[in-house]
Design a protein around this ligand. Structure first.
Ligand code: TXA
Ligand code: MG
Length: 337
């Protein structure tokens, strides 16, 4: 079991000194919890991969406080960097930029670019400040499983491999940052909590989704968050385009005289009055607000997993704004193993 630390000045200082000294600490951010290490300490970064069971070919995001700190590890001279940073940082946007030599190859999977993010969560910021070094941090979950949005989620799936988790409550966004490549072209490598529409408006040109993102495989990938199968619960997920009309037939199919014949769950985007009283029916938000859906998505998937559901039918979100990222996570979670 890992120890929980709080946001008290004493604990923050302790977390910072652990990180500086090469220990791993799970930390809250506004998106999901991260498993952090001093980005300059190769041994500590190696342990991140081992704890998560993550392949070494999958590069990590480095978390910094400011654009000035980003400049110490990456080339930030592309004019779009400043524009994007002014609009979205600190916040759930990660920029892939040319790396500087001081960043160890293990962080970037040997590549010439480094992913940089400035989290806005006050505890994450205090911890980076206290550590005094940039922090490499992937999501704090076993590789391929659902990302954690509470300290308890981290404890549940990595607690036996970790010593410290800073508890910052529930994450505000609930899904990961948007990863955007900022070079000659600007392209989205991973859909996330900052929308494609917002990014396009900021740089005044439509931003595309990098080719391959939607059909990446283990062998060929630009950014492993694009793996077809990722973010997956143990239960089998089935996505529904038109849940309201499909739920009644599915209900009949799995419901016999004695109740449900299988551990099956039905999940809608918003509360559906006619089903709300039924056991096995869940909703991701009261009103269907996509920000609420994003906040509760991973939490509900984990809850259904731990309640032993074998099959989960989920209503898709609308495909605009943050809905695109919600559907991205849902379709990867539903992909065949
Ligand atoms: O919201 C987030 O981004 C969270 C919090 C903890 O900051 N972090 C996170 O990290 O989701 P991770 O490792 O689970 O996902 C990072 C994604 C992966 O898809 C990885 O392949 C991609 O970013 N990535 C990292 N460095 C990259 C690079 N240099 N080039 C392309 N993709 C990169
Ligand atoms: Mg992850």
């Amino acid at each position: 079991m890992a120890h929980f630390l709080t946001d008290s000045p004493k604990d923050i200082e302790y977390a910072g000194s652990l990180l500086r000294g090469g220990e791993l600490v799970a930390i809250p951010t506004e998106t999901v919890y991260g498993l952090a290490a001093n980005a300059f300490n190769e041994e500590a970064v190696r342990r991140i991969f081992l704890v998560k069971g993550r392949p070494f070919i999958d590069p990590l995001i480095v978390h910094v406080l400011s654009l000035e700190q980003a400049e110490t590890i990456a080339d930030t001279s592309n004019p779009s960097v400043k524009k994007l940073a002014e609009k979205f940082c600190p916040g759930p946007l990660t920029m892939v930029l040319p790396k500087k030599d001081c960043v160890p190859g293990i962080v970037t999977a040997g590549g010439s670019t480094v992913a940089i993010r400035m989290p806005r969560h006050p505890i994450a910021r205090k911890i980076i400040e206290s550590a005094g070094v940039p922090l490499a941090a992937p999501s704090a979950n076993p590789f391929g499983y659902v990302s954690p949005t509470t300290a308890q989620h981290v404890q549940d799936s990595l607690g036996d491999k970790l010593e410290y988790i800073v508890d910052g409550g529930e994450c505000d966004c609930g899904i990961e940052s948007t990863v955007v490549f900022v070079g000659e072209k600007i392209e989205i490598f991973r859909l996330g909590a900052t929308t494609r529409e917002e990014i396009s408006a900021c740089i005044s040109i439509p931003v595309g989704i990098a080719k391959g993102v939607l059909e990446a495989t283990e062998e060929r990938q630009l950014s492993p968050g694009m793996l077809k199968k990722h973010y997956s619960p143990n239960a089998q997920l089935v996505l529904l385009d038109d849940a309201k009309s499909e739920f009644p037939a599915l209900f009949d199919k799995f419901h016999g005289e004695e109740g449900f014949t299988k551990k099956v769950a039905f999940v809608s985007q918003k509360r559906l009055g006619n089903f709300a009283e039924s056991k096995n029916f869940f909703w991701l938000s009261e009103s269907g607000d996509p920000a609420d859906v994003a906040r509760s998505l991973f939490s509900l998937l984990r809850k259904l997993d731990s309640s032993g559901y074998e099959k989960i039918f989920v209503e898709k979100s609308s495909n605009d704004g943050i809905g695109a990222a919600i559907n991205d996570r849902l379709s990867r979670a539903a992909a065949k193993r």
